[in-house]
Design a protein around this ligand. Structure first.
Ligand code: AMP
Length: 593
């Protein structure tokens, strides 16, 4: 070590002073390392980890940002992927969102770019949706928040080009974007790619599902040949393996099968409810749990009408749908994270990739189109190792979909009843008692108020000769207010519905085996074919059609069925029973302008 070297053995004074400086620097680094170590060990207390993130050799800024985030231990995917990526290896990873995969690739890439002073981007991350692009860019920003002059830019469709162009003109380290918009910027020359030395394909299977294969291949062909490639995918179908074979160079392969573990943390339930009772059932469910809830519905129109109804019942609600501009959506998610709103009513597309740790309950108000949509929806809860609950509303017609869903997800979804007046009233009572008790426990927090309360109690005793218990009763009465405390709406429909549905479901179970083949095709039965007047002659490709439909309507990419492109028209299978408003939007969609 330089510190122990005999200074006499050095030549000139200049060398001596240089050596002194570097020794000092080393001292500082050691000090710094100790400080970080002690902080990390402090935050890790109680966990059975060894050195947590220290073992990866990250620089101090990254370690600091991890301390800020409160991360203690690397997740399994991080443990496996970070060392490989730090060595510059290509990587093929099978992992879902929720496993910590973003940090698994973001941290080593930030580390590698820590001294980057050049203007052009070095890393490109491609994601299937703008929601995921924003989320991944946010992660890069937070992990590099302590690194000076580190810039991440997100570029995705549906928003103005100008801001993106001016961001790309300045110094940028990492660009995160969706394939279509990345292509546009490359073509226009507004995204300079000549210095890209790492490409990450995030949720690659989802990008293929959305028909982006050609776009991805086009982009890869434009990038410099010598680059590190990272491919993450939740599933590993042959198409993904083929891409890996074609583009990745001797990749490290990592598979984190945490899907089961993740969904195990989510207790999955369903309840039978007829269509005209759905809103009432929802309100009753929210009586039991209304802090950190996402309600999934099929149409934008429903998001607003349900949100209005819930707001009228006194809930703090916001809406997330495709009509809402991106910046407003980000604002809504932020308010949800901070607890300013408790309930979000969302469509599938708008809530894709949403990552809010305080979500405790997901309500599938409308039945999801397919297994993937369901898995994605319920995955909005049970984040970062927390537990969560998911409730699925099922009507008469959807019962066979339920069984199908259970089979395909290999999960037993437990039946629950719609809460009756009795259950709700018990809950209200418990809550009131809890609140009064909490308020008693917290009474010492504000000395000024404490003095005031004692003053009021003394006054009541003196002026009106009230005893302690009558004062307590009067105070509780004041808290309850004028509205009737207990619900007494007619709830006879709940029992009738539960019983009749259960009987029917028993009867039906005998027919289940016979019907199972037909049920397996339920997705096909639920499609309708639409004809569009553009085709091969217009240069239209599958990806163009999917992204136009997704961007102009609330239809989820996954719920789009078969697409056939003929010379001057195209046939697209879309979910049956689309809302009139959605159909009108479909009439007006433009593909490639
Ligand atoms: P991802 O799989 O990248 O979508 O991450 C899922 C969630 O886990 C995000 O909320 C991350 O902030 C969080 N997360 C990632 N790594 C860690 C970690 N090592 N410790 C705690 N939380 C983490």
């Amino acid at each position: 070590m330089a510190l122990k070297k005999d200074s006499n053995s050095l030549g000139s004074e200049q060398e001596k002073s240089q050596n002194k400086d570097s020794s000092l620097q080393e001292f500082k680094n050691l000090d710094y390392k100790k400080e970080i170590e002690s902080q990390l060990l402090e935050v890790s207390k109680g966990d059975d980890n060894e050195n947590g993130f220290l073992d990866f050799g990250f620089n101090k800024s990254i370690l600091k940002s991890l301390i800020n985030k409160g991360y203690k231990n690397p997740t399994p995917i991080q443990k496996a992927a970070i060392p490989e990526l730090m060595l510059g290896r290509d990587l093929l990873g099978q992992a879902q969102t929720g496993t910590g995969k973003t940090a698994a690739f973001a941290l080593p890439l930030i580390e590698k770019l820590s001294d980057n002073k050049e203007l052009n981007a070095k890393v490109l991350v491609m994601t299937p949706t703008r929601e995921l692009a924003t989320q991944v860019a946010e992660s890069f920003k937070s992990y590099s928040s302590e690194s000076s002059n580190f810039k991440t830019v997100a570029i995705y469709g549906g928003t103005d080009y100008r801001n993106q162009i001016s961001a790309l003109k300045r110094k940028v380290d990492v660009v995160v974007g969706t394939p279509g918009r990345i292509m546009d910027h490359i073509r226009q020359g507004t995204f300079k790619i000549k210095d890209i030395n790492c490409l990450v394909l995030d949720e690659a299977d989802e990008m293929l599902n959305m028909g982006f294969l050609e776009d991805i291949e086009w982009i890869i062909d434009q990038l410099p040949e010598n680059k590190q490639m990272v491919l993450f995918s939740a599933t590993m179908p042959n198409e993904i393996r083929n891409i890996a074979k074609k583009y990745l160079n001797d990749p490290a392969e990592i598979s984190i099968k945490s899907v089961k573990k993740e969904t195990q943390l989510i207790s999955q339930k369903f309840l039978y409810v007829q269509r005209h009772h759905k809103l009432d059932a929802l309100k009753r469910i929210l009586e039991l749990n209304n802090e950190g809830v996402i309600i999934f519905v099929r149409t934008k129109l429903l998001t607003t009408s349900i949100a209005e109804a819930l707001e009228n019942s006194g809930h703090t609600v916001a809406v997330l749908n495709g009509d809402i501009p991106q910046n407003q959506r980000e604002n809504t998610v932020d308010r949800l994270k901070k607890g300013f709103i408790n309930i979000l009513v969302a469509t599938d597309v708008a809530a894709r990739g949403l990552d809010v740790e305080r979500i405790k309950l997901v309500v599938n108000y409308d039945f999801p189109f397919d297994k993937e949509t369901y898995t994605h929806r319920i995955g909005r809860t049970g984040r970062a190792g927390r537990s969560g609950e998911a409730i699925l509303f099922v009507n008469q017609r959807e019962k066979h979909f339920l069984r199908n869903l259970e089979n395909s997800t290999r999960t037993k979804i437990e039946e629950i009843n719609i809460p009756s007046n009795k259950i709700i009233n018990e809950k209200r009572m418990d809550k009131l008692i809890e609140n009064v008790n909490e308020s008693f426990l917290a009474k010492d927090e504000n000395e000024e108020n404490k003095a005031l309360i004692i003053d009021v109690v003394d006054n009541l005793k003196e002026k009106y000769s009230m005893d302690d218990s009558s004062i307590a009763m009067a105070a509780i009465n004041l808290v309850i207010g004028n509205k009737s405390f207990f619900v007494n709406d007619d709830d006879s429909w709940i029992n009738k519905q539960n019983n009749s549905d259960r009987n029917r479901s028993n009867r039906n179970s005998n027919n289940r085996m016979r019907n199972s083949n037909r049920r397996n095709n339920y997705q096909n039965d639920s499609f309708e074919t639409y004809k569009f007047n553009f085709g091969k002659f217009d240069g239209v490709r599958v990806a163009n059609i999917i992204s136009s439909i997704c961007n102009s309507t609330n239809i989820n990419g996954r719920s789009i069925g078969k697409i056939q492109i003929f010379n001057d028209y195209s046939l697209v299978d879309l979910p049956r029973d689309l809302h009139r408003e959605t159909k009108n939007k479909l009439k007006k969609i433009k593909v490639r302008n």
